[in-house]
Design a protein around this ligand. Structure first.
Ligand code: ADP
Length: 483
C-alpha cells in the first residue's frame, strides 16, 4: 500500500521548480471515497500563488520556446517512460483518492502516457507552409508558434489523463503551463510535477497550484500573461470561464458536459449491444462525460435488451477500487449519491420501473448499486440532466427518424453510440447525429490518435488526434518582400 512518503504523493504546490505551501499555510484534506479516511492534505492556495505560478511560467517560456521540437519530444518521451515504469504507484494513488478500480486506474495512467507519447511524436511534425505568392517579388511563409503560458483546469473523474491531453500538446508545442487540479483529487495532478522532475523538464515549465477554484481560475482567466485556457469540467463552469476569458481574448479549449445517447436498433446484435452498453455506462461508475446517459431501444428488441442489461448490471462486482476483481468503485462523494437518488425517485414517481438496483449499496460510504430503469420517458429529469452515476434509463422508440430526433434533443453534443447491422442505417444515423464522438457498434472509443471534442454546449476545440496540438499554436503569416 502506498504511504505518505511515496515519491509521487506530494503535499505541496510546484511553483517555479520549488515545492511550496500556501502563503497562508492553509491546507485542504483529501479523502478516500471508499473509506472516508483522510489520505493527507494539500495547500489551499489562491490568487497570489496563482499569480506567482503564472509569472514563473512566463519566465520559463522565454527559454522553453527556443528549445527544439526534438528536445521537447525527448522530454515527453521520458515522461511517458516514467509513467509506464511507475504505473502501479501512480494507479494506486489515483484509486485511493478517486475510487475507481485499480484496473481502470492503470488503464488511465497508461492512456495518459500514450497521449504524452503521441504528442511527443506530433510535436516534431508542426509544419508551416510556403504558399505560392501572387507577387513576383515577395514570398509567403506561414509559421506555427507556441501560444505561450497555458492555464489548465481539470476535473476529478480522470485526474491524471485529463492533464495528459493538455500538458502533452502544450509542452510539444513549446508552451509552459499552470495547472489547477480538482480539489477532490489533487494528488494525481501534483504527481505530474514529480513526473516532470524525473523526466528533466526545466523548472517553471510546469507549475501546479491547488486550492480555491474561483481564485486560481479567476487569476488564470484575467492575467494577461496567460494566453490560453484549457478546461475540462461542467458546462456551467465552462461558461463562467469563457466569460472571464473574454476581457483578455484568450484562446480557449473546453471539454464540457454530455448527455450521451445509446441507440439500439432492431437490426442490432443485442448481445454485443449489451456488452457495449455496460462499457459505455459503468466505466468509472458512470462518472465520465462520455458515459451513456440515455438508452433508446427500438420496440422489437426493447424487452430483450432491458432484461439482459439488467442481468449484466446486477452481476457487476461493487467494492473498493483497491480490491482485486472490483468492477464498480464508490461514487466520488455523498453529493453524487444524493443526486443519483433524486433522479431515481423522480423517474419512479413518473412511472419508471426499476429492473435492478435503485439503492445505496450495503457497503455504505458512497457505494451505489448499478441500476436499470425501464419505461423511461422524456419527462424524467435524466432525459435532460447528466446522471454521473451507475444508472441506466431505457427509453423506447419506434422509427429511425424518431431515434435520431430524440438523441439530438439536447443542448449537449459530446459522445453518442448506436448498434445496428444494417450498413445503410449505420451511415444515415451516423450522419444524422449531432455529436463530436460517435461509436458505431462500439461502446468505448477514446484514443490519442483520434480527436476528442464536443459539439453544441459540450465544448470548443479538440484534444488528441492531429488537431490536438493546433490548439496550442498561433499562426503567423510572414510576407518577405523586395526580392
Ligand atoms: P465537476 O462537476 O466535474 O466537479 P466542475 O466544473 O465543477 O466539474 O469542476 C471542474 C474543475 O473546475 C475543478 O478543478 C474545479 O475546481 C474547477 N472549478 C470549479 N469552479 C470554478 C471556477 N469558478 N473557476 C475556475 N475553476 C473552477
Amino acid at each position: 500500500m502506498l504511504t505518505r512518503t511515496s515519491a509521487f504523493m506530494k503535499e505541496a504546490n510546484l511553483i517555479g521548480g520549488k515545492w511550496v505551501a500556501a502563503d497562508s499555510g492553509d491546507t485542504l484534506a483529501v479523502t478516500n471515497p471508499a473509506t472516508g479516511a483522510v489520505l493527507g492534505t494539500v495547500p489551499n492556495a489562491g490568487q497570489a500563488e496563482a499569480a506567482r505560478a503564472i509569472e514563473a511560467a512566463a519566465t520559463a517560456f522565454e527559454r522553453f520556446r527556443k528549445t527544439t521540437a526534438a528536445e521537447r519530444a525527448a522530454m515527453l518521451r521520458r515522461m511517458h517512460d516514467v509513467m509506464i515504469e511507475n504505473v502501479d504507484a501512480l494507479a494506486e494513488l489515483l484509486t485511493l483518492e478517486q475510487g475507481k478500480p485499480l484496473a481502470e486506474a492503470k488503464g488511465e495512467i497508461t492512456v495518459g502516457a500514450n497521449y504524452i507519447l503521441w504528442f511527443a511524436e506530433e510535436g516534431r511534425r508542426v509544419y508551416g507552409d510556403i504558399v505560392p505568392s501572387p507577387w513576383a517579388d515577395r514570398r509567403i511563409l506561414v509559421r506555427k508558434e507556441p501560444v505561450g503560458v497555458v492555464g489548465a483546469i481539470t476535473p476529478w473523474n480522470f485526474p491524471s489523463s485529463m492533464l495528459a491531453r493538455k500538458i502533452g500538446p502544450a509542452i510539444a508545442a513549446g508552451c509552459t503551463a499552470v495547472i489547477k487540479p480538482a480539489s477532490q483529487t489533487p494528488y494525481s495532478g501534483l504527481a505530474w510535477g514529480v513526473i516532470a522532475e524525473m523526466a528533466g523538464l526545466p523548472e517553471g515549465v510546469m507549475n501546479i497550484v491547488t486550492g480555491s477554484a474561483s481564485q486560481i481560475g479567476g487569476e488564470m482567466t484575467s492575467n494577461p500573461a496567460v494566453k490560453k485556457i484549457t478546461f475540462t469540467g461542467s458546462t456551467d463552469v465552462g461558461k463562467i470561464l469563457l466569460r472571464q476569458c473574454a476581457d483578455t481574448v484568450k484562446k480557449v479549449s473546453m471539454e464540457l458536459g454530455g448527455n450521451a445517447p445509446f441507440l439500439v436498433f432492431d437490426s442490432a446484435d443485442v448481445d454485443k449491444a449489451v456488452e457495449g452498453a455496460v462499457a459505455a455506462k459503468y466505466r468509472n461508475s458512470g462518472q465520465t462525460c462520455v458515459c451513456t446517459n440515455r438508452f433508446y431501444v427500438q420496440a422489437g428488441v426493447y424487452d430483450e435488451f432491458a432484461e439482459k442489461l439488467a442481468r449484466k448490471s446486477e452481476s457487476l462486482k461493487v467494492g473498493p477500487g483497491t480490491e482485486e476483481g472490483t468492477q464498480q468503485g464508490p461514487l466520488i462523494d455523498m453529493a453524487a449519491v444524493e443526486k443519483v437518488e433524486e433522479l431515481i425517485a423522480d423517474a419512479v414517481s413518473k412511472g419508471g420501473k426499476v429492473l435492478t438496483g435503485g439503492n445505496r449499496h450495503e457497503l455504505g460510504q458512497s457505494f451505489f448499486q448499478p441500476t436499470v430503469i425501464a419505461n423511461a420517458t422524456a419527462e424524467m429529469r435524466f432525459s435532460r440532466e447528466e446522471i454521473f452515476g451507475p444508472v441506466s434509463p431505457i427509453f423506447r422508440f419506434e422509427t429511425e427518424e424518431e431515434a435520431i430526433a430524440l438523441a439530438n434533443d439536447t443542448e449537449y453534443g459530446l459522445a453518442c453510440y448506436f448498434y445496428t447491422r444494417d450498413l445503410g442505417q449505420a451511415f444515415r444515423v451516423m450522419e444524422g447525429l449531432d455529436y463530436g464522438l460517435v461509436g458505431v457498434n462500439e461502446g468505448v472509443i477514446t484514443t490519442p490518435e483520434a480527436p476528442f471534442g464536443g459539439h453544441k454546449e459540450s465544448g470548443l476545440g479538440s484534444e488528441g488526434g492531429r488537431e490536438g496540438i493546433l490548439e496550442y499554436l498561433d499562426t503567423k503569416y510572414v510576407c518577405i518582400g523586395g526580392l
